[in-house]
Design a protein around this ligand. Structure first.
Ligand SMILES: [Fe+2]
Ligand SMILES: [Fe+2]
Length: 370
């Protein structure tokens, strides 16, 4: 039976020293190689038998958009946007007591600078995560044995190229600095790519990483007052909803024939991925950049009164989808208990994403003419 040590490399989930011991050491590298151990699978069965995937593929073909059509001439004054966001979102996530913490003496300037860094960091991680999705989905084209899934995955590869493109362009042209990939995100991506079971690529990417991305883009879409970013996120979200649906529809069929032991392995992988993503959201690099010791600040962040709600919102797509796939309640609710410990279970009864893509796509159709 797997233990925390074997799954996540530490006994206590909230062991701050162990979390921070994982840091990115090759920040100046230009390339990063990961060995993939999977076979590329040809199928000679061209019969279109999977209606759910066929429908998704048709939708994807008619929902393509061009990054050049976004209003890139929009002026973005990052400081003005931060001030406007603060006014719009006043009252949400406020009321922290920072007495006795390293940020106790921070005034307006420091908090503004922190907001700038946090935005640069967040968009950088989105960009790196999108490249992870590009690579993982290209891998699925090779490894999945179903023709309908290969067709659909091919459209997702194009979507992900566009997502990397728009986040990179927004960072370059509208923000004020890049961050290298966060070590926890990198570790998770490496593991997903190295796993030779094609369904694990789906679970790691389409269910876990993209589920979190969808919630996180939605959250930022609501919180930002900057119109270009808002529109960009809206377009990306309409694609992401299809990607998560692709994961749910494919894995539903595949999991039906797995043994209890095999399902348990998937539960453990979902837990590990959840911990890695929770850890990445602690933004350790932002604190370092601000001259604050993350060892002192991360426990403050972990124990902030609004943390459980924020975390549960980030997982509000993942948890219902895990439930739909049977992962939450298999093995006497093993994953349910782990998600409870991580404080992410709250929205388990929210809609799963297998159908949500149609609703999201309709809204995206209102897009302004280029
Ligand atoms: Fe994406
Ligand atoms: Fe995606």
């Amino acid at each position: 039976m797997a233990t925390n040590e074997t799954m996540i490399g530490r006994a206590e989930v909230d062991d701050v020293d162990a979390i921070l011991a994982i840091s990115n050491t090759d920040v100046d590298a230009v390339v990063h190689a990961v060995r993939s151990n999977s076979d590329a699978i040809f199928t000679w069965d061209y019969e279109r038998t999977r209606q759910g995937l066929a429908k998704l593929y048709e939708k994807a073909k008619t929902s393509q958009w061009n990054a050049n059509d976004l209003p890139w001439d929009t002026e973005v004054d990052q400081l003005a946007v931060i001030a406007a966001n603060r006014t719009q979102n006043a009252g949400i996530f406020e009321g922290h007591d920072v007495r006795g913490t390293p940020v106790e003496s921070w005034g307006e300037d420091e908090w503004t600078q922190h907001a700038v860094e946090a935005q640069n960091w967040t968009l950088s991680q989105f960009m790196h995560g999108e490249q992870g999705a590009l690579i993982c989905t290209a891998q699925i084209v090779e490894t999945v044995p179903w023709i309908d899934a290969k067709y659909y995955a091919a459209t997702q590869v194009m979507d992900e190229a566009r997502h990397v493109e728009v986040f990179a362009k927004y960072l370059n042209e509208k923000l004020s600095g890049h961050y290298p990939i966060n070590a926890h995100l990198k570790m998770l991506l490496d593991e997903i790519i190295a796993d030779n079971r094609w369904d694990m690529t789906y679970l790691g990417m389409q269910i876990m990483i993209e589920g979190l991305a969808l919630a996180s883009f939605g959250f930022m879409h609501q919180m930002t007052t900057e119109p270009l970013l808002k529109q960009l996120l809206r377009y990306v979200m309409s694609d992401e909803a299809r990607h998560v649906a692709f994961g749910v529809i494919s894995l539903q069929e595949f999991y039906e024939q797995l043994t209890a032991a095999e399902i348990r392995e998937r539960q453990e992988f979902a837990f590990e991925a959840a911990v890695r993503m929770r850890d990445r959201f602690l933004q350790q690099e932002v604190w370092e950049k601000m001259g604050v010791d993350p060892k002192e600040m991360v426990p403050v962040v972990l124990n902030a009164p609004d943390r459980p709600l924020f975390q549960a919102l980030l997982f509000s797509k993942i948890v219902p989808n895990c439930k739909k796939l049977g992962l939450l309640d298999a093995a006497d609710g093993w994953l349910r208990h782990r998600f409870e410990e991580l404080q992410v279970i709250q929205f388990e009864d929210w809609a799963d994403t297998s159908e949500e893509y149609t609703a999201l796509d309709e809204v995206a159709k209102d897009r302004a003419p280029a």
